[in-house]
Design a protein around this ligand. Structure first.
Ligand code: ZN
Length: 252
């Protein structure tokens, strides 16, 4: 997973690093003549202010992206916000100069991007929640993290870990933490990963702290590893990341 690709703003003339959600091979580029953007009203109104600077500017945009893979060329719609920022350049004499350019940050993609690929063995109850998480990644990281937590609950159900306990004739839900502890011995080596995803997902649902896109990307890296371990028997290590999150009992 190329974390940077999903965090950096894009410039409308440049090729983005967003992978095409249809073919996963091409990258997305703004389709010619489809990019529309405008400065917001409150941004325009701020111009007369004596301290005004171009980096106060705020835009909204809408556009179509096209896949660069000539065999795919699928189109994806997107909208979001934008800003102006300086970058280093050179003037005609070759002296260092400062220039301004417009940068854009997506809030929505339709169809949504796929931030990591799921093994083909992934049960539908899990993949559905991961897809919901992908759809919310750019506009609502907290809800996005929360869906990874639900995916985790559904994975445990798929692994036949019980969801309820019955005592005194009353049935009640088992806490996720408890369910992870109930995993049989053969999953001992992935428990840390499950706990780490749980902490990140908890932050998403209880919101004592704002969940950042980086926190969700952490959850995706852990989930990618977990699904490969549990569903496909591939072995890789993200134990370091899991350890850090578990130590903090929340996003690092
Ligand atoms: Zn494509």
């Amino acid at each position: 997973m190329d974390r940077k690709a999903f965090k950096l703003p894009f410039r409308r003339q440049a090729l983005t690093k967003y992978p095409c959600p249809t073919c996963s091979k091409g990258l997305l580029k703004v389709k010619k003549d489809s990019f529309h953007f405008k400065e917001t009203r409150s941004s325009e109104r701020a111009h007369p202010h004596e301290a005004w600077d171009p980096d106060w500017i705020e835009y909204v945009y809408g556009c179509l992206f096209e896949c660069t893979n000539s065999e795919c060329k699928d189109v994806i719609s997107s909208s979001g916000v934008g800003f102006v920022s300086e970058y280093g350049s050179y003037d005609e004499e070759g002296n260092p100069d400062i220039d301004w350019d417009d940068y854009f940050v997506p809030r929505y993609f339709n169809p949504h991007l796929k931030l990591f690929s799921l093994p083909k063995e992934t049960p539908e109850s899990v993949s559905e929640e991961i897809e919901k998480s992908f759809a919310l990644f750019f506009c609502d990281p907290s809800s996005s993290a929360n869906h990874t937590r639900i995916a985790l609950e559904n994975l445990l159900t798929h692994l036949k870990i019980k969801r309820y306990i019955t005592s005194g004739g009353r049935r009640s839900y088992l806490a996720l933490h408890k369910r992870i502890e109930l995993l049989p011995r053969k999953y001992e080596h992935v428990k840390d990963i499950l706990f780490a995803i749980k902490w990140l997902g908890n932050a998403g649902s209880h919101s004592q702290r704002e969940v950042s896109p980086d926190d969700v990307l952490d959850a995706y890296e852990l989930m990618e590893e977990l699904l490969a371990e549990v569903l496909t028997n591939k072995r890789k290590k993200v134990k370091f990341l899991a350890k850090k999150i578990n130590k903090k009992k929340g996003p690092k």
